[in-house]
Design a protein. Structure first.
Length: 92
């Protein structure tokens, strides 16, 4: 194995109330697949990289646009996903 001093981003982690549920949604929206789940973590793998979801008990979601609980992060999804995203959101 070659040793390197470089550090590469392996994924983005998002806190949420239910990692498995959110992972399934992101997999459906992006066309990726859920490659790992346990009681706390779930990982979605797709063409753009990995998305890691972590279940946090008593998670407080952001209240955007109300600044009471601001966004800590968000994902920008490509416009070509618009139809798939709309279909998934109608199911909710």
């Amino acid at each position: 194995m070659k040793v390197s001093d470089s550090i590469k981003l392996s994924g983005i982690a998002i806190n949420c109330p239910d990692a498995a549920e959110l992972a399934a949604s992101y997999a459906e929206i992006t066309g990726g697949r859920v490659i790992y789940t346990d009681p706390v973590w779930a990982v979605v793998d797709g063409a753009g990289g990995s998305l890691c979801l972590q279940t946090i008990p008593d998670h407080t979601p952001p209240t955007w646009p109300d600044p009471t609980v601001p966004n800590q992060t968000h994902l920008d999804l490509a416009a070509c996903l618009a139809r798939r995203l709309a279909r998934v959101m109608r199911k909710r």
